[in-house]
Design a protein around this ligand. Structure first.
Ligand SMILES: [Fe+2]
Ligand SMILES: [Fe+2]
Length: 309
């Protein structure tokens, strides 16, 4: 327990932590409210008619399996940060982030149960599992193992540099670059207008939209913390560059890998995804290092970035 008697009241309502916590409470959503019936029908109809049925289905299943496993990993690996932070306003925010990562895991688990498996049954295909090794590659395993280690290090050595490395792994690279690139690819693929040759999946799209709003707060919190560590705690910005540059090849091998491109010329191509990831990387580093550049406000953090519907 850490009751601070220099504080007149418990929370600082102006602090980033408590403001983001309140924003999370006000924007609460339930994954089970998302209607998946239309998705089930659209995927079944699409696969029934298309040539290369397994190829298309594998592309979709790989994306969903990777998101599901990624959300599970970040749900499991955030707790050390809640322990290492000692400010109640920051901790208020982290409680919402753990809860939201759990909801994201819930959404993808449900998508497999209520869309993927029933479609397989309807079409007489073998029943697949989102935990099957075939959806993942070495870069994926490596990135999430490194994230787990970076977060757990906070328990033994909560120095500013350890915090900086943890935020770089979790908030900057996994949430701020990898996941953003993945949402972009998936939402482009299964929105109404971008690729009419692919099915429109409104439930998947709605889930991504809600998740991205939550992620706007998560990334915003991590970015602001990194900026504070550099400007107020004396963390050398080269630690950020080194950490991120070490991880970027893994991001590209996960989110923009030509080996995972199941169908040529359908959906966003690896070069486009790689360019998107680089752009996100540059934006993030600029926001952290440029003293004049403010970390974007909550509304712009949670708003969507140019994805059609
Ligand atoms: Fe998430
Ligand atoms: Fe997140």
């Amino acid at each position: 327990m850490n009751i601070d008697n220099t504080k007149h009241l418990q929370l600082d309502r102006e602090s980033r932590g408590t403001r983001y916590y309140r924003n999370a409470v006000e924007r609460h959503w339930d994954p089970l409210d998302i209607d998946l019936d239309e998705d089930r029908e659209a995927v079944t109809d699409f696969l029934r008619d298309v040539d290369q049925q397994e190829t298309y289905f594998d592309g979709m299943r790989m994306g969903i399996a990777r998101f599901g496993a990624g959300e599970q990993a970040v749900t499991e690996d955030l707790a050390p940060l809640a322990t290492a932070l000692d400010d109640i306003d920051d901790q208020m925010f982290i409680t919402t982030q753990i809860y939201e990562e759990a909801k994201h895991t819930d959404h993808f688990d449900r998508y497999w149960r209520e869309v993927i498996n029933p479609v397989e049954e309807e079409l007489g295909l073998e029943r697949s599992s989102p935990t099957d090794d075939k959806w993942f590659n070495d870069a994926y395993d490596d990135l999430f193992k490194r994230n787990e280690a970076a977060m757990h290090r906070l328990l033994d050595d909560p120095s500013p540099e350890t915090f900086a490395r943890a935020y770089c792994h979790y908030h900057l690279v996994i949430e701020g670059i990898l996941a953003q690139t993945g949402y972009y690819g998936m939402q482009q693929s299964y929105s109404k207008s971008d690729y009419p040759e692919l099915p429109h999946l409104p439930g998947l799209y709605e889930g991504f939209t809600k998740i991205r709003q939550d992620e706007g707060r998560h990334v915003g919190f991590g970015m602001a913390k990194l900026k504070e560590l550099v400007t107020e705690e004396g963390v050398d910005p080269s630690i950020l560059d080194e950490t991120v540059n070490e991880l970027l090849p893994l991001v590209n091998a996960i989110a923009a890998n030509p080996d995972d491109q199941f169908t040529e010329d359908v959906g966003p191509q690896p070069a486009e995804l790689q360019a998107f990831a680089s752009e996100k990387h540059l934006d993030r580093m600029e926001q952290i290092k440029d003293a004049a550049e403010e970390v974007p406000d909550l509304d712009s953090l949670t708003e969507l970035e140019g994805v059609g519907d």
